[in-house]
Design a protein around this ligand. Structure first.
Ligand SMILES: C[S@@+](CC[C@H](N)C(=O)[O-])C[C@H]1O[C@@H](n2cnc3c(N)ncnc32)[C@H](O)[C@@H]1O
Length: 228
């Protein structure tokens, strides 16, 4: 699938496949799995897998999950490579916020150090449609922040679209996750997780409780999960 490497920071593709490529195209209630064509061209890879860009030298077939016609997840190169990258960081019991296309479940299933996967998904149609397509895992229908437990790892993947550049919100979510799961490996998809850890440590070191409180406040904003 990777045909040639003209520049090590560009992933060159003439074909693309992920565990979601063979999912049946279907609609269940509000949720739908569909295909879109990624036309020939150069696209952002956001540094994922070490690639700044990917180049489609032929049109690529990409799978997406829509909820009420809004795209919530795609299996394009940056997303699938990122799920693989996240999955390598965990061990033991991992809880994932959001089922989406279930790519993270496929990726975690490849990590032998992981022995239990729980996915918390708010939308029952997504669960009905996607749960049968992923490796064995526990799927709980709930708002993520209502779930409690003592997992070894947490992957938060509820930011969509342009929300990704909302670093403030990501820091707030990171702080909320740290407070709720103090012993877990925490990762938030779509952000530089090293930067989140560093910012959290810096905020703790300032000893400025107002500043911490201001960020913590954003966590209670449930706008991040409006897929109900
Ligand atoms: C970006 S997708 C997750 C993609 C997933 N990581 C994967 O590998 O395919 C986000 C999912 O979270 C769900 N969701 C949104 N808000 C939620 C919330 N507050 N609690 C639980 N699930 C939520 C959406 O219905 C959607 O299925």
């Amino acid at each position: 699938m990777r045909t040639k490497q003209r520049d090590s920071s560009i992933l060159t593709l003439d074909y693309w496949t992920t565990p979601a490529s063979n999912y049946p195209r279907q609609r269940v209630g509000d949720a739908e799995i569909a295909t879109h064509r990624c036309a020939r061209g150069i696209y952002e890879c956001y540094g994922v897998g070490g690639f700044a860009l990917f180049e489609a030298i032929k049109p690529l077939s990409i799978t997406n999950l829509k909820i009420r016609r809004r795209v919530w997840m795609v299996d394009d190169p940056p997303h699938w490579l990122a799920m693989m990258e996240h999955a390598r960081q965990y061990h033991g019991h991992v809880v994932c916020a959001g089922l989406g296309l279930g790519l993270i479940v496929h990726a975690l299933a490849q990590n032998r150090a992981v022995n239990k996967i729980t996915v918390v998904e708010i939308n029952p149609d997504v669960i009905r449609m996607v749960k049968p397509l992923v490796p064995e895992c526990e799927v709980v229908q709930a708002h993520f922040w209502d779930w409690s437990g003592k997992p070894d790892g947490v992957l938060y993947d509820l930011f969509t679209g342009k929300g990704r550049d909302l670093l403030d919100s990501a820091i707030a979510v990171y702080m909320g996750l740290k407070a709720k799961f103090p012993k877990s490996v925490i990762r938030i998809h779509g952000f530089n997780n090293d930067a989140l850890v560093a910012t959290d440590s810096w905020l703790a070191a300032t000893g400025d409780s107002n500043l911490r409180q201001r960020w913590r406040g954003v966590v209670n904003d449930r706008d991040h999960g409006s897929a109900q």
